[in-house]
Design a protein around this ligand. Sequence first.
Ligand SMILES: C[S@@+](CC[C@H](N)C(=O)[O-])C[C@H]1O[C@@H](n2cnc3c(N)ncnc32)[C@H](O)[C@@H]1O
Length: 270
Amino acid sequence: MGRFNYYDNIAEIYDESRWIDDAIASDVSNFILKLVQAKPDTNFLEPGIGTGLNIFPFVQQGYTVTGIDISAEMLGQLRRKAGDQASNLTLIQGDASPLPFPNCSFDVVLTVHMSHGVSDLKTFGAEIHRVLKPGGFYLCPQWLIPTARLKFENQFRAIAANYTQKIEASRQSKRIDCDIELSQYLLERGYQEHYFNVKEWEVKNSVGELLKNFQSRAYGFCWRVEDAVFGQVMDKFHTFCVENYGSLATELSSQAKYELWSYQKPPHGN
Ligand SMILES: C[S@@+](CC[C@H](N)C(=O)[O-])C[C@H]1O[C@@H](n2cnc3c(N)ncnc32)[C@H](O)[C@@H]1O
């Protein structure tokens, strides 16, 4: 496996190291189906589909879903989930800009935590605009990192900062700049914007579970720590966790949040 796309390296542990489970994904998908007033023939496109964490419930319900992703390993995980039977799921490996589809092909285009991986956001915005049907929806959700996990992450980052200059503290609850830029492009083309606080729920993890995710380098910031010092950083962090939390069995709990910005394409014109 190469290191150039860190998602290839973490595909196997992607789902278990995030904090959306099947029940949450199902609730969110029901919200989205209502929002877009889905009919049986409503079709979905997710550029950067990954393991399908967000969109898999649509596949299970029989909707036509297309996904593109640059990571073969992430797509491999989704294929394994779907099995051979999902004839309503089409997966393409490659860069999601440009989008290899005719004009006005999709009712719903969804991107989740992927726009930072696109080299030219204006071109990507133009492509989303082009492939959406008139009156179609571009949906841009984000699920916020639960505060207890963010605090834990920042404790790791503080230790790692002693070993590498590539790490700094992480902040919460900001919409990412790339999503804002993308939405700005669509608003300029007459799209209607709506914001929804879709769901809040409690996430619980033991310190040991979180430590295991870090050890497996499940997150981008773990890959920023050079291989040569990663083991030392983890040893220090492990010691810190035992001293600070008393036991690796200690549970950390806080609220997670699923927010969604919706952009509806004007019903007339392309
Ligand atoms: C944070 S993951 C999100 C996966 C999925 N959307 C989810 O919400 O679970 C980002 C995904 O976007 C993919 N990706 C990033 N940049 C991409 C690009 N330019 N074209 C296609 N896929 C891309 C990555 O390979 C990865 O699978």
